[in-house]
Design a protein around this ligand. Structure first.
Ligand SMILES: [Ca+2]
Ligand SMILES: [Ca+2]
Ligand SMILES: [Ca+2]
Ligand SMILES: [Ca+2]
Length: 431
């Protein structure tokens, strides 16, 4: 979601937005009418979670304490740079019926994390409490060997203890899947380490009770990308890996076939949509019982008019087994997403990361996508089976993340949107 170098954004413009946000509710109310005017299908109200979230990026909703209400885990870039650093914040609703009241906890010892990326919520040490895995680092940290994976042990009552899995890596990490990769019955940490032009698909073998090998097993070089998914693509009983590709530019998306005995084979899925940020498999997306791959690319048609157009694509997993090994047909389901031109030395791309769920309540799964280099967030509403309509949800949220979750327990999904460039963290709620 932040494949641009953000260091130069930390200037007067960000400070100006920060001051406005602190002015309070009158500004927020004005924003409501501003984006509600853009909505055709749903009405939303905006609640500001935090007047100064300190440049929030990735967002994850999960019920960490088992009280039936979801918390928000926000990866905050703050002053992230090779020298400065960010942190991870957990927001908990004080009163479930009031989305305005959030108690913020900064995970202990998370201050100093350089570019904290997408958090994973899982019970790492198998004590029955959900823990938080935080991978980190980015292009700016590679010369400083500052890539890292840590996890925060849930001690109960909102107390946390930090454990490092790996530190001081040239590679940076965006996402970890907790999964038993080597079949010894203990979950391992699967991830894709990246740097400019190269990736390594790795796992850190679990030894039990939250202890992991300090050196990774490298299962493939120069395949996949930031946000890998484990899925048995060819239904042979062996879990495969699938993801978008960005830093290795031979395709937009690929999967690694698990051949057994530690052997893997790369297959291209899409070579026409350009460098891509996220591929997710969504079960029963169009209500036909099949899983579909949804791909968001990350390109800039303002900079490269002859290049791929920005968009979100659906790619059904081919039904004929032999077709799984060929390119999968892709259909663009978004409309009008377009990156800003990149300022000098600050490459921009659109769209960014996405989340999904039945946002509008018609029983069909919708997709919420951040524009990233397009400073808007969008709802791709599934109006009838397989038919999507694009709506602008909110403007002026350049570069950030999205999540969809029912936070207040009324049965409707809220949408949470961040912008690290504009220092915003907001909830959109259907009226
Ligand atoms: Ca635990
Ligand atoms: Ca294992
Ligand atoms: Ca398989
Ligand atoms: Ca709700």
């Amino acid at each position: 979601m932040h494949f641009a170098d953000i260091r130069k954004y930390l200037g007067s413009r960000v400070f100006w937005l920060f001051v406005i946000l602190l002015v309070g509710t009158s500004v927020a109310q004005a924003s409501v009418s501003e984006f509600a005017a853009n909505l055709q299908q749903i009405e939303v109200a905006l609640e500001s979670i935090d007047g100064n979230p300190e440049k929030p990026a990735f967002i994850k909703a999960a019920d960490l304490d088992g009280d039936g209400s979801k918390e928000l885990i926000v990866s905050v870039f703050a002053g992230s740079s090779p020298m400065g650093a960010g942190f991870v914040a957990v927001y908990k609703l004080s009163d479930r019926s009031d989305l305005r009241g959030w108690k913020k906890t900064i995970l202990p010892d998370s201050k100093g994390t350089k570019f904290p990326n997408a958090a994973t919520v899982a019970d790492v040490n198998e004590d029955g409490r959900l823990d938080i895995i935080v991978p980190s680092g980015f292009l700016a940290t590679t010369p400083f060997n500052a890539g890292q994976i840590s996890w925060y042990e849930n001690l109960g009552a909102n107390h946390w203890k930090k454990h490092d899995v790996v530190v001081k890596q040239k590679l940076f990490y965006h996402h970890v899947e907790l999964f038993d990769m080597n079949g010894d019955g203990i979950d391992d940490m699967l991830t894709v380490g990246e740097r400019l032009g190269a990736t390594e698909v790795q796992y850190f073998a679990g030894k039990g009770r939250g202890v992991f090998a300090t050196r990774p097993v490298v299962i493939y070089q120069n395949a996949l990308g930031s946000l890998p998914t484990i899925y048995d693509v060819n239904q042979d009983g062996r879990p495969d890996l699938i993801s978008a590709q960005y830093f290795v530019e031979d395709c937009a998306a690929a999967w690694l076939e698990n051949l057994g005995d530690g052997k893997w084979q790369k297959h291209f899925i899409n070579r026409e949509s350009g460098p891509s940020i996220q591929l997710s498999l969504i079960p029963n997306l169009i209500s036909d019982g099949r899983a579909m791959a949804v791909l968001a690319n990350h390109v800039n048609s303002a900079d490269k008019p002859q290049g791929p157009k920005e968009g979100v694509f659906v790619m059904p997993i081919p039904e004929k087994k032999s077709d799984i090994y060929n390119l999968w047909p892709a259909k663009m389901i978004s409309e009008g997403i377009k990156s800003r031109p990149s300022p000098p030395m600050m490459p921009q791309g659109a769209p960014g990361v996405f989340a999904w769920g039945d946002i509008t309540g018609n029983g069909l799964i919708d997709i919420v996508v951040h524009g990233d280099g397009d400073p808007r967030a969008f709802l791709l509403e599934q109006v009838s089976s397989g038919q999507f309509e694009t709506t602008v949800l909110i403007e002026n949220v350049p570069q950030g993340g999205v999540e969809a979750a029912d936070l207040d327990g009324d049965g409707n999904l809220e949408i949470i949107v961040s912008s690290y460039e504009a220092n915003k963290l907001v909830i959109l709620k259907r009226k």
